[in-house]
Design a protein around this ligand. Structure first.
Ligand code: HH2
Length: 270
């Protein structure tokens, strides 16, 4: 029997990012060699990450997809080393990648399309007894930052996540294994991201743990006055994560694990 997600990963839980990609927006290529990715995953776990999220496909604004065989070629050697040893999440939208990752010991699937891209992914998650993260995205990575518009971004993201949660449950994935994510930066302007953070309680009210990905995102550089920023400062991401924790977020997908573990540890104690 699988524990409820909130029991297995009590808040605040830090999720370390291991992008096995040459072109990720904030750590582009740093862990592209399997040995580097394995070392990074082990370091993050030692620094206090509750999970490490391994991904072989970049979702940066403007990026195109990666073919299945290339995504497998990137992530399999890394998962062979760490997925039996550390709690691992697989950042993928492809059922076949998720299946291989779960076979190798991954415990969670992080799907930025919220089960919209691959009709077989829900079944793989259900059959594998895996945890699942459902994220909101408007459009697709290639075009999502081309003038995104909402009437009420928070209400629309909440309605989307509620709908995708119901879909996942209808596909046989127990609700207690699912967390939700507003998808900071995925088809959102700076103002949309700030509005989501300001009204995070409306997403917490959906009743499932909330994962937020703020780490190094470009809007953090832009709010600090650099209109061309492509990466946000680590310190700004840490501050935003602490605020999000105070507003009810549970999981924090981050590049800089030690900094977040320390800051969130202080936030818990204070
Ligand atoms: N952000 C990114 C990728 N995956 N998954 C979830 N659930 N939430 C997020 O906010 C999120 C995500 C993008 O960040 P990064 O991993 O730094 O870059 P890339 O997608 O280019 O690998």
């Amino acid at each position: 029997m699988t524990l409820a997600l909130e029991t297995r990963f009590p808040r605040p839980a830090v999720v370390g990012i291991v992008n096995v990609t040459p072109d990720s927006f904030s750590d582009g290529g740093r862990h592209f060699e399997p040995g580097d990715a394995v070392a990074a995953a082990r370091r993050m776990a030692a620094e206090g990450a509750a999970l490490v999220d391994v991904g072989g496909e970049s979702t940066r604004p403007g990026s195109a997809g990666v073919p299945l065989d290339e995504e497998l070629r990137r992530i399999v050697p890394v998962l062979e080393e760490v997925a039996g040893e550390l709690p691992v999440s697989i950042d993928t939208s492809k059922a076949e990648v998720a299946r291989r990752a779960l076979d190798l010991g991954a415990v969670m699937v992080n799907d930025v399309t919220a089960l919209r891209a691959d009709p077989e992914l829900a079944g793989v998650v259900a059959d594998g007894g895996a945890y699942l993260c459902l994220m909101h995205m408007l459009g697709e990575p290639r075009t999502m930052q081309d003038d995104p518009r909402y009437d009420d971004v928070v209400a629309e993201v909440a309605a989307f996540l509620d709908d995708r949660l119901a879909f996942a449950v209808a596909q046989g994935i127990p609700e207690e294994r699912i967390c939700l994510d507003p998808g900071i930066g995925f088809g959102k302007t700076v103002e949309h991201n700030l509005e989501l953070l300001a009204r995070l309680d409306e997403l917490v009210a959906l009743g499932r743990p909330l994962l937020v990905g703020l780490s190094r995102k470009r809007f953090l550089g832009r709010v600090l006055g650099d209109p061309d920023a492509t990466v946000g400062p680590v310190t700004a991401g840490v501050a935003a994560a602490v605020l999000a924790y105070e507003r009810g977020a549970s999981l924090f997908r981050v590049h800089d694990v030690r900094e977040h573990v320390e800051a969130l540890g202080a936030a818990v104690a204070a």
